[in-house]
Every structure is written in structure tokens, then in C-alpha cells.
Design a protein around this ligand. Structure first.
Ligand code: PMP
Length: 354
């Protein structure tokens, strides 16, 4: 019997066969952890199967699935390492209050760390009713809504300079080092030399850290940036305009980004990004966020543009999962309202909607 078939009604006895090695029954190694923070990093690299086939891609594509981090995104790595670094430097102790201006995954990552370490944590966001703010609140951090997030963070620091620590996510060199020493090392240890790596850039720390290490290992490794249509970080020829994909392509660039690490960029529209995220769910079972779709769509374009061939290995970074986007691209209605998909035939056509 094949993997999973015949379970439930009418199913027979489980038989261990070579085909069902991925069955839960074959997993015997269960580790114990002292806290959820021990699960940060070491995320799985998963080979894609149907998606490259359906897009006529001849090379191997591996997804680095950062949504396996405890708070659901790549930012857990950054939050953990900046706090550890500051603790070692004696800047952070048990009485420290973390203050961070962040609307998204960074704030969630710091709030998760603070929950475990019992440090007080204040996250300043632009929108305290967002899904992300709800998650930060659930983790026990205080959420402050402010337009000028950074100014408020520095005011809180001025009011209580001995206790408050601003981890200064964007511009902390530890961020890039973490990707260089950890995220990239994980890729190298699993795959050896890699021919191409693809990701979006928010701060650019992921790209700079991973790109530098993979190029050190294989100077021919092509570093590809996934640029949202409307962003002019790499695509300086087109006009800047708003876009809906979150976490990348914006004004959040860190001062430590080294743009010269990137060899190539591909422009990806919102529609291409969200359709790709949805396709990854449907074809590979990967429940990833919108910027993951941007990265995967860019990877497929780059593989074709640069003729990456059979046997070559491409790694695509998937920075987060679907949780922040449940009422956005995950929802068919949202996709229809933005005209990214057509409504099903039985519903009113969108051009007739009020
Ligand atoms: N995708 C998402 C969803 C993110 O939150 C971020 C971080 N802003 C990124 C991608 C980009 O990561 P980095 O800041 O390292 O460039």
C-alpha cells in the first residue's frame, strides 16, 4: 500500500514499505527542549517537486522554510542573536525593558524572546489593530500605536535610560552576521555548494549575510534579489509606486546592506507574488507568506533568464508563513476584491459589484 492510502474507513494494517518512509510512523527521534528558543534556526530545506515541473524548470529548487521558526518568521533568528549579543556585552539583564519600533515580524520575534526571558517589552507599531499587533499583544508585550515609531522609541529610552534597550534591529551588524554564520551555514551543511540563492530584501541583512557566505563557498553562486514591482531599491529604471507585498522592497534598508553582493534582480508584481504563494500551498503544501511568493516567482524568472540547468541547485528563502495574511492573500474574497483572481462563475462578476 502507498503512503497514507487506505487509512481510516476500511484501512488495513500499517505496513512499513520503502514508499512510506515519510510516514509519521517512521519518525522515532523525539528531542526534548528547555525552551521554545532552542527551536530558533535550523529550519528545513525542502525540495520542490510539482512546482518546478509545472513551470518547466530543469534545475533543483530548495525552499529554506523560515516559517518553521517558533514565532513563524526569519526574524526569530535576529531577535535571538541581538538579545544574546547585548546580554553578553552586559547591555541587557533581567530588568531590561526591550523597546522596538516594528510593525511586523521583528516585533513578534522580540516579543517571543521577551516572553520566554520575562523581560518587559514594548513594541511600537503604526497599526495596533493589525494581525501582527494582536500576536505581539498575545505574547505579553505592550503595543503602542504611533505614526513616528522611531521617535517614540527614543523618547521612551530618554525617559528611562538605565532600563530601556532599543535593539535597533535595522542597523545592528549582528543581523547580517547571524545570516552569514547561521542561516547560510545551514544551507551549506545540507547542500554543499549552491548555484543560485534568491530572496527579497527588507533590511537587506538576509541577502547580504547569506549571499556573502554562499559566494565565499562558490564564487559562481548567483545572488538574485526579488524586487516587488513598484520598489526602486534595485530596479532604479522604473517609477516607484505602492505595492501590497509586505516586508520587502521598502524604505527599511539597513545601513549595513551591501548591495554589491546581489548579481541580478527580477521584478515581480503583487499578483505574481500572491498567486505564487497560493500555488506553493496547493502544490507543495508550503503555507508561506507573500514575500515568499515574490522570491519563488523571481527564482523561476531568474532560472529561465540565466539558463540554470539540470543538476544545478537553487535555494529560495521563504521568510514567513501565512499567519499574518489570513485576511489578505490567503482569502479568495480579498484576492477577488483586488482583481488578482476572477470570482468563481456562480458569484456575481466583480465589475457588477457595488
Ligand atoms: N519577508 C518578510 C515577510 C519580512 O518580514 C522581512 C523582514 N522585513 C523580509 C522578507 C526581508 O528580510 P530582511 O529584512 O533580512 O531583508
Amino acid at each position: 500500500r502507498r503512503n497514507g492510502e487506505g487509512r481510516g474507513a476500511g484501512g488495513g494494517r500499517y505496513e512499513k514499505t520503502p514508499e512510506n518512509v515519510s510516514d509519521l510512523g517512521a519518525k522515532t527521534e523525539t528531542k526534548l527542549y528547555n525552551s521554545v528558543l532552542e527551536l530558533v534556526g535550523n529550519t528545513p530545506l525542502i525540495k520542490l517537486n510539482k512546482l518546478p515541473r509545472d513551470h518547466g524548470v530543469p534545475c533543483e529548487i530548495y525552499a529554506k522554510c523560515e516559517f518553521f521558526n517558533p514565532s513563524g518568521s526569519i526574524k526569530d533568528r535576529i531577535a535571538l542573536s541581538v538579545i544574546q549579543d547585548a546580554r553578553q556585552a552586559g547591555v541587557v539583564n533581567n530588568d531590561t525593558e526591550f523597546v522596538e519600533a516594528s510593525s511586523g515580524n521583528t516585533g513578534i520575534g522580540i516579543a517571543l524572546n521577551a516572553a520566554v526571558s520575562e523581560n518587559k517589552c514594548i513594541i511600537i507599531t503604526e497599526d495596533n489593530s493589525s494581525e501582527e499587533a494582536n500576536t505581539i499583544n498575545l505574547l505579553g508585550a505592550e503595543v503602542i500605536q504611533a505614526k513616528n515609531k522611531d521617535a517614540i522609541a527614543y523618547r521612551l529610552k530618554d525617559e528611562n535610560p538605565d532600563k530601556v534597550v532599543i535593539l535597533n534591529q535595522g542597523d545592528n551588524p549582528v543581523n547580517q552576521r547571524t545570516h552569514y554564520e547561521n542561516t547560510a551555514e545551514e544551507i551549506v551543511s545540507a547542500l554543499g555548494d549552491v548555484d543560485m540563492v534568491v530572496m527579497g530584501t527588507g533590511t537587506g541583512d538576509t541577502m547580504t549575510g547569506i549571499g556573502l557566505k554562499l559566494k565565499e563557498r562558490n564564487p559562481k553562486c548567483v545572488v538574485v534579489v526579488a524586487e516587488p514591482d513598484g520598489s526602486v531599491v534595485f530596479n532604479t529604471k522604473d517609477k516607484e509606486h505602492p505595492f501590497l507585498v509586505e516586508g520587502i522592497g521598502g524604505s527599511n534598508l539597513s545601513i549595513t546592506i551591501d548591495k554589491s553582493v546581489a548579481d541580478h534582480f527580477e521584478v515581480v508584481t503583487d499578483q505574481e507574488s500572491f498567486l505564487m504563494s497560493r500555488e506553493m500551498a496547493k502544490k507543495e503544501g508550503l503555507l508561506c507568506g507573500g514575500s515568499s511568493g515574490t522570491a519563488m516567482a523571481a527564482a523561476i524568472k531568474a532560472v529561465k533568464a540565466l539558463n540554470v540547468g539540470p543538476g544545478q541547485r537553487v535555494v529560495v528563502i521563504l521568510p514567513d508563513g501565512i499567519r499574518n495574511y489570513m485576511s489578505k492573500f490567503v482569502s479568495d474574497q480579498w484576492m477577488e476584491a483586488h482583481r488578482f483572481i476572477e470570482p468563481p462563475a456562480h458569484t456575481m462578476k466583480w465589475w457588477k459589484r457595488p
